[in-house]
Design a protein around this ligand. Sequence first.
Ligand code: 2U9
Length: 373
Amino acid sequence: MAYTVPKLTQFDMDSVQEALRALHEALEAESAAVTNETEWKAFRDRWMARKSGMLSQVNELWLRVTPKEFKWRVGDAANEAKASVQREIQAALERLQDASLKPGASDVVDITLPGIRRPIGAEHPVIRTMHEIVGVFQKLGYSVAEGPVVETDYYNFEALNFPPDHPARDTQDTLFIAGQQAKPQRERLLLRTHTSPVQIRTMEKMQPPIRIVIPGTVHRNDPPDASHSPMFHQIEGLAVDTNITFGDLKGTLDHFVKALFGANVKTHFRPSFFPFTEPSAELYVTCFICGGSGKRGTDPCRPCKQTGWIEVLGCGMVDPNVFEFVKDNGYDPRKVSGFAFGMGVDRLALLKYGVDDLQYFFQGDVRFLQQWA
Ligand code: 2U9
């Protein structure tokens, strides 16, 4: 007796899962029974036909009859059924084609059969933003440096002028690798909280002058929400040479934001503090969503919290104390100076693409990601 979609009467997890299991069983059995093109077309139409297809039955007999409070559960089941049907129809077709290509199989390749569409995918919006930012600096002659995600306390904190009891060191911000207590503090392993340790490793390997940008993933002990994620992406930059000034920093970053957000954005630097830079600043640009008015039509502009300015990154002149850790490799703070900056890439991608929840970037939901396909 051929499978028919039963009308759902129970909406608890087991009943829905059971209905889905029975559908999958019938689908796989019928798919396996397809031996030629006619049967394939019949199979496809039986499951996909808009009017009486099985999937339309699922909408009728499952979704439409489901009480509101269970819609999410049955909705998921219906989506899974749809994805499985599409997959099985494709699989049956490929089996037919492969069969038709086997020696001895009827040497008639049926060119009327539709081709195999292989979705090629696209760059993730965060990675696309990262490449765009790195591209601006590569055009300025910067090279790209990378380094380990599992770092030591020395490279992630000590060499970056974080005093021993600096709050960022303790567990509520940093994810430490377990079982490290026996080791001296500076050798303890952790998940890097910024890409700054790569700058230290690079200065240990390369003599000045250097100009590098460091893209990468970083980890913080933050619960995931609309603007936080325990893993996110950063890009930091460092330029060290003889008599690099704050003016060079301002000019370089002004060029960067105009390249990324448009030539008409204006910048302003607000004093700030970071353990590894002195003086330090936060860079703000005129809000590229409301143009700086703080208003979108009559509504308040949320991305810039109606201020008309958006914070893009932190920056500053490299603190001479940091050079102390690499002075044997030519970084004598009396001879060289440098500037550095750091930005959260995911946050910039949210602003750039008008996405209001960071979690969308990490859920792998193709319906969301295919917007960038
Ligand atoms: C060395 C010397 C200086 C890197 C810098 C920042 C300012 C900064 C934050 C941006 C958003 C981290 O992702 S975020 O939360 N970073 O504001 N980072 S200066 O300064 C360095 C790095 C290395 C040797």
